[in-house]
Write a protein that binds this ligand. Structure first.
Ligand code: COA
Length: 177
């Protein structure tokens, strides 16, 4: 019998998920989903994607910067990236096992179901995982927050403080104040 322990290679495989969206801008609801994702996955890549039916207020760089500022600089489990092309292809090339999508209300379901089925048709190796948004964030969206901010409404508490500030700056400029 050998007088040494046989070498067992450590399991270095990481469970990675991609959380795609427009994030124009990131909200507390998105952060809630990212934090829930971190309880299931080793890494969450927050992927800023292009939705052909949206005209974002913030540039991709501005959105990425706002997302990064939501997490401590030494938080290695949350990565931010910009994606052009198919999300599921991106997820596959990153070795991600899943795409995370947040569900707020039943009204989200139809669109999300179509997206998930199309993604599965294109790439079977990547699953879609739906996480339920925290109750407090069920009725918010980036559009409603932008609309309130555009008209001078107080959106503090619905987005991080630095995002509040960026919204204020943006609308001071666009409203010509
Ligand atoms: N809290 C608050 N708001 C939330 C939320 C949550 N937990 N989850 C979703 N939302 C809101 C978002 O703020 C967004 O609001 P808005 O419409 O007012 O901007 C809305 O719900 C859903 O948007 P989002 O999750 O950002 O997704 P999207 O529909 O804008 O984008 C992509 C979908 C980016 C994932 C999709 O277009 C994509 O994958 N594009 C790349 C090309 C591709 O692969 N297409 C699919 C082909 S099958």
């Amino acid at each position: 019998m050998a007088d040494y322990e046989p070498f067992v290679a450590p399991d270095v495989s990481e469970l990675i998920a991609v959380y795609p969206g427009t994030f124009d801008p990131i909200t507390m609801g998105h952060i809630d989903i990212i934090n829930r994702g971190l309880t299931l996955f080793d890494k969450v890549i927050v992927a800023i994607a292009h939705n052909s039916s949206k005209e974002p207020l913030f540039s991709t760089e501005e959105r990425a910067e706002m997302i990064k500022k939501c997490f401590p600089v030494d938080e290695k489990r949350v990565l931010t990236d910009t994606v052009s092309g198919l999300m599921v292809d991106y997820a596959y090339t990153k070795g991600a096992k899943a795409i995370i999508r947040g569900l707020r209300a039943v009204s989200d379901f139809d669109y999300e179901f179509q997206l998930a089925l199309m993604n599965r048709r294109i790439e079977r190796e990547v699953e879609t995982v739906f996480l339920m948004t925290g109750f407090r964030w069920i009725y918010i969206s980036s559009s409603i927050i932008k609309d309130a901010a555009r008209h001078g409404g107080d959106v503090s508490g619905l987005v991080p403080d630095h995002v509040c500030e960026r919204l204020r700056e943006k609308f001071l400029v666009t409203n010509g104040k």
